[in-house]
Every structure is written in structure tokens, then in C-alpha cells.
Design a protein around this ligand. Structure first.
Ligand code: GCO
Ligand code: MG
Length: 402
């Protein structure tokens, strides 16, 4: 089953997506998501200039060998650009194999371990009252798990607060917008937010929160402790995560479960966090985590240490990645939760994904492969638009983590 063609499509139906399509000599096609928010064209070049010329002519059935060929064979390993490109090829090859066998991908991975994949939606508000109202709204829609973010009194803009009710798209300008941050204002406000949310929706709904890398370990320890009465499902990216040993400090002080990993791309990025039991959920996703081939190894390692999955699934992952995560989530034994946001209607039309939401769970559908049909003809109508994520400064102007 020789690979005869591989094409990269960049399209921007409201935001940029990079999509890889691989075709075999039998005419079977597979899709991979190669979108890296704000750095899209570097992955396009990595694929077109370096990987695709070495991919043509290989046997599409040998997924593991092709993964090893590109990972070990490059000499230069790891990094988001490299691993997103490898992840896109890997996902497309799993799509092809499942289509060739006539089964949905989750069947190939090991079959269904559950009836559907529990997802969490994003409720946010410009202030506490609006955030609480949106949490109620998500609960009424049937979500069993809800991420809560809110504007912070005294700060003009904050991570996680969308303009519309269901969309959050921070990468929207040709030059990075600048946000201002105050740890003091945030730490004083966050417990009040969750107190109000718990009061509004009760104990049954899982509540999640994303700190987006902004605290130091001891500050994160304080926040985790202050939030304990509100019983969070997870506290995400409480600190920047390069220093894995830093999590030991957080762990010593709080029982609030910790989630980390959306910016990781290698198993070695989380090896210490897993093996020392410093986190509870691993957030690596299919597209940035080197594809299904690497993610299943990471999940197996995580399982040994009681860590569950919680794949990143914001709208900068295309429906191709989301579909791959959902198939993965149907199967993976140590599943935790899947992030789930609505893509724009235009995006949904272009990608024609078959997954469906019902009662807080999403099912990937039973079409062979990933269950995504990409409409190439619409690409020209939506050319690439440069768009960058914001940067963050403290109130005195010092650069900080966004
Ligand atoms: C999340 C993430 C996103 C990221 C975005 C960056 O938890 O969904 O933190 O909001 O900021 O995906 O590209
Ligand atoms: Mg996050």
C-alpha cells in the first residue's frame, strides 16, 4: 500500500488550520491536523520541504516504522514543530489503516471501553455574574464537566474570556495583543468565583479551571488549597511546566487535582511528572503530541502512575484532531475527560466531522477511519491570515507568561 501523494492545505475559516492529506496507490486517503497556533507556516514548511519527500513511496501500513523513521531519523528530535508534523502524518496513517480495514479508528485501537467520551465545555464571563450564568447554561445543555474562567476585577483582559458565548479565539491579530496581569488580584478573586459557581450549580457538576501557566509553585499551592472546598475536577497549568520538579512544592500543600501538558510534545516532557506522581491528568493531544503512536505510549506510562488523560481540544485543534482524540478517548483505559469547544459553522462545514454530543458525552461515530471528510474545494475561499496569541505583562511592564 504505497503512499503516492501527500498534500498540505492551509485554510482560515475564521482561524487558521493546517491539514495534511495522504493518498495511497489504492486511492485511500487519510487526514492529519498540523495546526500549531501562531506558528502554522513553520509546520507547513517542515512537512513540505523535509518530511513529504521522504514519505512518498513508503508503505502506509507501517505506521510505527514511519514514526520511528521521522523521529529517530531526523537526528534533531522533539519540539512542537517537529512533533506536530510527525503527529499529522501519524494520524493520517491511522485514518488510512482504519479505512482500509473498514472500521472506525477506536475499534482498531482496542475497541470501545465506554459508551461515549465525557467532555468539558468552556463557560466564561466578563465578570463573576456572567461566568456563573454561563456555567448554569452549560449545565442546562447537559454538560457534566465545565471549565470556568472569568474576568478579574481591576484587570482589563484575562485569559479564557471569550467575546461570544461559545467561542474563545485568542489568536486574532497580525501582531500579538498585550494583556496585563496581576497575580495578587487573581489569587484574591479565584476562590470567590468558585464559591459562587458551586452555590449556583451544586456538587454534581465537575468544575475545571485553567491558570494558564501564570503562578509560581508556592502561589499555585496556595490557590490549590484555597479551592479545595469547591472540589475541582482539575486545576490546569498552574505554573509554567519546564521545571517538572517544581510540582513537588504544589503537591506538598494541596489535594486539588492537577492537569498539565497541552504544550508538551514528547514523552520525556512528562516522564518525571508521571513517574513521581506529581500530576493527575495529562493534557497532551494527538496533533501536538506526536500522533496516536506516541500518545498511546504516554497513556500507558500514565496508567502505571494513576494518571488519566485529558487531551487538549481548544478550537485551534481542527476537527481532524478532535476526532482523533475522541476515538482515542473511546478506547484508552485510563481516560479522564476530553476538552470540547464548538468550532464555527463554516469550520464544521469544511471538515464535515461526524462526532455527536449527547447528554455530556461525545461519540466519534462509526464510519471507517476518523470519520472526517475534508472539503478541499473550500480552501481557496479562506486564505491564510497571520494571527498571533497575546503576550502578557505584569502591571509594571515586566514580560510574563500568557
Ligand atoms: C486550553 C488552552 C487554550 C490555549 C490555546 C493556545 O486549555 O484550551 O489553554 O486556550 O491557550 O489552545 O493555542
Ligand atoms: Mg489550557
Amino acid at each position: 500500500m504505497k503512499i503516492v501523494d501527500a498534500k498540505v492545505f492551509v485554510c482560515s475559516p475564521g482561524r487558521n488550520f493546517v491539514t495534511l492529506k495522504i493518498t495511497t496507490e489504492d486511492g485511500i486517503t487519510g487526514l492529519g491536523d498540523a495546526t500549531l497556533n501562531g506558528r502554522e507556516l513553520s509546520v507547513v514548511s517542515y512537512l513540505e520541504d523535509h518530511l513529504i519527500p521522504c514519505l512518498i513511496g513508503r508503505d502506509a501500513r507501517n505506521i510505527e516504522d514511519i514514526w520511528q523513521y521521522f523521529y529517530r531519523g531526523a537526528y534533531w528530535r522533539r519540539g512542537p514543530v517537529t512533533m506536530t508534523a510527525i503527529g499529522a502524518i501519524d494520524t493520517a496513517l491511522w485514518d488510512i489503516k482504519a479505512k482500509a480495514l473498514g472500521v472506525p479508528l477506536y475499534q482498531l485501537l482496542g475497541g470501545a471501553s465506554r459508551q461515549g467520551v465525557m467532555v468539558y465545555g468552556h463557560a466564561s464571563g466578563a465578570d463573576l455574574d456572567e461566568a456563573v450564568a454561563n456555567v448554569r447554561d452549560y449545565a442546562a445543555k447537559g454538560y457534566r464537566a465545565i471549565r470556568v474562567q472569568s474576568g478579574i476585577p481591576g484587570l482589563d483582559s484575562t485569559y479564557g474570556v471569550g467575546r461570544g458565548k461559545y467561542f474563545y479565539e485568542p489568536a486574532d491579530r497580525a501582531l500579538p495583543p498585550e494583556n496585563i496581569w496581576s497575580t495578587r488580584k487573581y489569587l484574591n478573586f479565584a476562590p470567590k468565583l468558585f464559591e459562587a459557581v458551586r452555590e449556583a450549580v451544586g456538587e454534581d457538576v465537575h468544575l475545571l479551571h485553567d491558570v494558564h501557566h501564570r503562578l509560581t509553585p508556592i502561589e499555585a499551592a496556595r490557590l490549590g488549597r484555597d479551592l479545595e472546598p469547591f472540589n475541582l475536577f482539575w486545576l490546569e497549568d498552574a505554573v509554567q511546566c519546564e521545571l517538572q520538579a517544581g510540582f513537588e512544592i504544589i503537591r506538598q500543600h494541596t489535594t486539588t487535582p492537577l492537569a498539565v501538558g497541552e504544550v508538551f510534545n514528547s514523552i520525556y516532557d512528562c516522564q518525571e511528572l508521571l513517574s513521581k506522581q506529581l500530576i493527575d491528568y495529562i493534557r497532551m493531544t494527538v496533533s501536538h503530541g506526536g500522533g496516536i503512536t506516541q500518545l498511546r505510549k504516554i497513556a500507558a506510562l500514565a496508567d502505571v502512575y494513576h494518571v488519566r488523560t485529558g487531551c487538549h481540544g481548544a478550537t485551534d485543534m481542527s476537527p481532524v484532531c478532535i476526532a482523533a482524540c475522541l476515538h482515542f478517548g473511546m478506547w484508552v483505559p485510563n481516560f479522564g475527560v476530553q476538552e470540547f469547544m464548538l468550532h464555527s459553522e463554516e469550520t464544521r462545514e469544511i471538515f464535515g466531522a461526524q462526532y455527536t454530543f449527547s447528554d455530556g458525552y461525545v461519540h466519534p461515530g462509526d464510519s471507517p477511519g476518523l470519520g472526517v471528510e475534508f472539503d478541499e474545494s473550500s480552501v481557496e475561499k479562506h486564505p491564510y491570515v497571520p494571527a498571533y496569541l497575546p503576550v502578557n505583562r505584569k502591571e509594571d511592564g515586566t514580560m510574563w507568561n500568557w
